[in-house]
Design a protein around this ligand. Sequence first.
Ligand code: SDX
Length: 431
Amino acid sequence: MTKPTAKLEIGGQDQNHEFEILKGSVGPDVINIASLYKDTGMFTYDPGFTSTASCESKITYIDGDEGILLHRGYPIEQLAEHGDFLETCYLLLYGELPTKAQKEDFDYRVTHHTMVHEQMTRFFTGFRRDAHPMAVMCGVVGAMSAFYHDSTDISDPHQRMVASLRMIAKMPTIAAMAFKYHIGQPFVYPRNELGYAANFLHMCFAVPCEEYKVNPVLARAMERIFILHADHEQNASTSTVRLAGSSGANPFACIAAGIACLWGPAHGGANEAALNMLDEIGTVDRIPEFIDRAKDKDDPFRLMGFGHRVYKNYDPRAKIMQKTCHEVLGELGIKDDPQLDIAIELERIALTDEYFIEKKLYPNIDFYSGITLKALGFPTTMFTVLFALARTVGWIAQWKEMIEDPKQKIGRPRQLYTGADQRDYVPIAKR
Ligand code: SDX
């Protein structure tokens, strides 16, 4: 059977061009235009990569129209319902759900990498206490390259595996240290008898003066929140990690680059921005004013936590996050949370508004996460840190897939140049 092709006819060029169409296991086919420049002397042009597949991957699949999210084929709803975060980590890294023995071994290995080099505590004292914790995360995670030299050789599979375990294991410790430094409390060491999320909550909220018992309902909710944030195909921060990794940079530096990109309010910073927006709205009766602003082309205001490049339906993670939000508020006995009331009413109005329907704008994962994290005791400045903590496994899995791809080469996009043509230097006296 002949391979499907795409034909391209370019005005003024007499020859037709044919490009191979590659089929995925599910989702859109792609036109392989790798030879386009060689064949036609032209580039494609796609700012924001709205129609561009940057790589082949087997890790995560999103059907934006149907609101489907699969990790190695497993629906996010099932992973969040039945498994814990380290099970999802194993699945993302190795492609299959672990057996009992594999899970126990993986949990043991991650647990025994949770401490950081004691010298790393010195980094924190260089920051102001009121520094944004994401600024601290960018700095301290990047500095891991200065400590773990025995797992920076990306050509060595063993070193790649050790670096992956270290990143997944140490992110909660570093995130908790950033939080403790931010609030002026002493660092709390990881506890090996605790599960991944329980350990993180203990490192964040325990104090030396008294015993701290982690609430198992809140620990379960934290595990689920981490699962929801674990990976999301080629989003901006994952693409940043892949691009950084394509030059051969070490994994710690690549993850630091991903953290920097995630910080933006259009991306992972939206959970912090969404809660600040609910604060700014203040009361339910002011919602229409903000809906109007969101629709006003001349107003840069957007509904934070709404809209998505891929989802043109409800983000499946947002539904689970909303359910988790109610569970956490219920467990904590928070009956009426004014921000939750505003969020629910804002969602109801937006989902019936012609503008949002026409533009297919639905709540995304960041819409309810902030309310949940605030109820768990985190300040808004820590919300994106928790997103980065959970997304580290996705970044690592995608980085690993890229490094192990024999076709991998350095990422180097081209451009449409519309600047000045060549011209001669003019001495300053003659300008
Ligand atoms: C994450 O990519 C991922 O997978 C990301 C993520 C992950 O897990 O990694 O899912 C995490 O980043 C979720 C998104 C969090 N960001 C926000 O909630 C910020 C608010 N949302 C918007 O900034 C926006 O929706 C984006 C950035 C998320 C998506 O932007 P796009 O795909 O570039 O879409 P667009 O800006 O071209 O918007 C299309 C239209 C525009 O109107 P027109 O120019 O066509 O007239 O919809 C409008 C936009 O003005 N629009 C909004 C809106 N989002 C888009 N209008 C009001 N409020 C909004 N939130």
